[in-house]
Design a protein around this ligand. Sequence first.
Ligand code: C2E
Ligand code: MG
Ligand code: MG
Ligand code: MG
Length: 292
Amino acid sequence: AAKMEERNTFRFYSPLMQADSRRRLRLATELRRALGADEFFMAYQPSVELKTGRIVAVEALLRWRHPERGCVMPGEFIEAAEQMGLIRRIDEWVLQAACAQIERWDRAGVPPIRVAVNLSAHGFSQEGFVDSLQRLIQRHGFDPSRLMIEITERVMLRLGEDTERAMRALHHLGVGVAIDDFGTGYSSMAYLKLPAIEYLKLDRSFVSGLPGNPDDVAIIEALLGIARALGLHTIAEGVEVEAQHQFMLRAGCEEGQGYYYAYPLDAAEIERLLCRDPGHQPMPLRLVGSGG
Ligand code: C2E
Ligand code: MG
Ligand code: MG
Ligand code: MG
């Protein structure tokens, strides 16, 4: 809260900062409108089991259909939303949207897969969060293990006792947690012992250097070693080319996500892909699809 106040104080500013805060204020106004006006929607990017090519999960990614600017990506507004105190409502919107989508897929007879949702820093460790998540899941009638929460390593670094409590409650509920952007947080690894944590998502910045960059090779192998030693599942982020796929497969990584397999797609396209594969046969690795 201190940080928010600091950001929203307009007592001292240079002209540059003034332009910046005006832009931020406009963005905040627009985000509030967007929440009420149904301007947000989700894209879903498949996560593929490397050995078989099967889609085993999707990651829900937020999109903003802005009336003038068109489709706005989360990199352009999530941070501002955090600073303006709007992230709680966005997190709630995202969870609600993802859970409603799981129910729609289930009712349509789509083979069940895991759905991962990105949450921002503080929402999930707040009092009552896990209880309301449990009610939401119950309302949509699916098994809690279908849902996964992604939290970046950077966030884990800043959190204390509340996080630990929330993690235990999530574990009790049966909702797993993935550490997103793993390897970029420079943090203590003590949090990896928390019971809800099931997956490590190896950051795209290391995957992109494979297989040519020896530093990235060493880092990826070390990260996979940590995961193996702790019994955590692994997902490679940002797999874009065949050689990166082959490297991760041989190195023993379990799943991959990236443009090599599929772009973020809309819910109907995901349904088509999953229903094309009802008997869980291996599917062609290279999927078609429109961009974000
Ligand atoms: P992330 O959670 O690490 O999500 C992966 C991002 O990488 C997505 O960008 C995805 O489109 C992109 N990506 C996937 N495969 C590839 C690839 O092969 N190459 C490249 N270059 N990029 C790839 P997106 O959707 O723009 O999201 C960016 C970040 O915004 C996410 O990173 C996540 O931290 C955040 N974010 C997305 N949706 C939400 C949300 O609903 N809530 C919150 N709080 N944050 C979100
Ligand atoms: Mg993510
Ligand atoms: Mg990620
Ligand atoms: Mg990332």
